[in-house]
Design a binder for this molecule. Sequence first.
Ligand code: ADP
Length: 440
Amino acid sequence: MIKNIWNNYRKIVERHCSVPGLDITGLAYWRNDLFASAVLYLMPLGFIALVPGIYMAYVTDLTLLLFVDTIAVLSFVFIAFTSGVSVFVRKLIFCISLYMVSLGLLYSLGSYGPGLLYLLGITLFIVLIFEEKIALMSVYLNIVVCIIFGIMIYYKWGGGVIVLEYDVISWFAVSSSLILLSAVAVLLIPRLFRGLESAFEKRNQLELELKQNQADLEEKNREMENFAYIASHDLKEPLRMVRSFIDLLSKNYGHQLDKKAQKYIHFALDGANRMTSLIDELLEYSRVGRVHNEREQVDLNSMIPDLLKDLPEAKEADILFENLPEIRAVPVSMKILFRNLISNGLKYQDDGNKPEIKIQFMDQKQYWKFSVSDNGIGIDDLYLEDVFMLFLRLHSNTEYSGSGMGLAISKKIVEQHGGEIWVESKKDEGSTFYFTLEKF
Ligand code: ADP
């Protein structure tokens, strides 16, 4: 019941005292939010403070206090519940009524009442809920109030406690402190706000640019994948023709050609074969995440021995792994990923060195972290990031054959699984490729 009343009351205050549609990262939004919260809580709290005040003023015959307190309570009710008034006007009414209360307190109770504190409090509040220009006006207003009271004290006008309590010198000392403090607040707080606001703006702008760049990048990636698919798919057919005609040439006319011509045919065939495997890998690259994208349970303990059967070099090597986990991933992609890393570990070795490949993993709550390490030739520090680029090779085909696509495909697969891939390596000692895969 009470909760319902409170919720309804809150909805009404929020509807009346905040401006809809403001950007949550802008200062204007928070100024209004602060004002709405102040009204929300000051209404009930104000009743607790002001209603006894009204009673006390009535009993002790402090007519001025009785008047300003009543006006304040009525204006709170007006601000919270009346519709059709702008938030700016509500803020003005709010501050004026608080001003009146503070003047009433100052006049009727002097230093014994919280009048001066109220004046400083209102200035702070004005700085928080209004623009900087208006905030400065509250300092001028405080100066005017202090001068008026100074004149009243000097000429002993009115019967207020303040007039009886002070002489001009001591009033000057007290009131100048109020003016100093309110001026400091008006100068410093907006400075802080401006800093915060420009930091917000910069962050928003960066976020926007980042989003835009990300969208552009995704679009470019899609275009490139399409292009890679179409180009490699369409290139296959003419290449098949080139290969089969070179084959026919070699078979049917080979015996009529001299050694030099046969060598040229051999080079042409070798080139065509390499181009075929390049195109196959390019197709593979464009398929990751486009064709192969169904996740299933993959048991790495049975998948890895399976893929090793297709790697003849694995027979001469030590390949160590035990108790690998069962993960949820795209099976074909996992096969390609592990095959690429293992076959690189087997390939990039010095002559006569027995390859040793170790596969390990760690369970990292939201991720699986794997490592595939070898005792091969290692990678120069300079190229540790570049090796994942499409077509980048650190060796010529006569040293180690390859297409420069294996690690680019591996990176794409890892990213398709929400992870990251990187390598640590020491020249002539070996490399360790790490990658993470998000758990699903
Ligand atoms: P490819 O092996 O077909 O050249 P990759 O994309 O698999 O293409 O590898 C890119 C380059 O990274 C390779 O040319 C090689 O120089 C280097 N590299 C990859 N794996 C290793 C490894 N395990 N040890 C040393 N160098 C490696």
